[in-house]
Design a protein around this ligand. Structure first.
Ligand SMILES: [Zn+2]
Length: 222
């Protein structure tokens, strides 16, 4: 089984008897502990206890033919990472909302991710144009080729939800897994842009201060 990443503190931990429980309740069975693929109302409940921050995460998913297809975070009720305050609040809000509605409406989630991308470019890079397309074009010489490509891809994918096709009968589908991948790119951009810049500034100023301190000790020997 894949290790689990704690949504509260970002620690990754293995699923062992002290950190993980798996439960398969169903309407058909009085024995809630056993898994029986014959039960059409079977669902899966998964409990994850983080050994680092000791907080509990719970996920529910469908396992039977009658329960349909769902995969929901019960606790916390969104898988959104808690970003620090130096990431602008509007960006954190759009990002959290994109996470919260990803199963209910993957298209709306992708649209929010697209809006989040625009806010990121405007705030972090100080680029403000009429369209996101123009803003991304302006950014071309400032980011890597790979990153620039993915920014364009995010813009295109977000458009699917934002602008209906000319032919209303043409429906382009997006499933929650696709929308989650888009969210993962937004998370990565926030980390690579805001969090890394913050960490770098912090480390640089610490080392600069350290150097000043040492130099002043050298020039004023006691
Ligand atoms: Zn934790």
């Amino acid at each position: 089984m894949e290790p689990f990443k704690c949504p509260y503190c970002d620690t990754t931990f293995p699923l062992i008897h002290t950190t993980y429980r798996h439960w398969h309740p169903s309407f058909d069975s009085s024995d809630n502990q056993s898994y029986n693929s014959m039960y059409p109302t079977q669902i899966s409940l998964r409990f994850y206890l983080c050994p680092s921050c000791e907080r509990l995460s719970i996920k529910a998913s469908s396992a039977g033919s009658e329960t349909g297809s769902f995969n929901t975070n019960l606790l916390p009720n969104s898988f959104a990472t808690q970003f620090p305050d130096y990431v602008p609040e509007s960006i954190r809000n759009d990002y959290s909302e994109a996470c919260a509605i990803v199963n209910l409406s993957p298209k709306a989630s992708a649209t929010l991710s697209r809006r989040c991308l625009q806010s990121l470019i405007r705030d972090f890079w100080g680029i403000k144009k009429n369209t996101l397309y123009q803003e991304i074009t302006e950014l071309q010489n400032h980011v890597s080729v790979e990153q620039w490509k993915v920014l364009n891809a995010l813009r295109n994918l977000g458009n699917i939800g934002a602008h209906p096709e000319a032919d209303v009968n043409l429906i382009i589908d997006m499933d929650p897994d696709d929308a989650v991948k888009i969210i993962k790119v937004i998370e990565l951009l926030i980390k690579q842009w805001y969090v890394e810049r913050h960490e770098q500034q912090k480390l640089y100023s610490e080392v600069t201060n350290l150097s000043d301190e040492k130099c002043s000790q050298k020039s004023n020997p006691k």
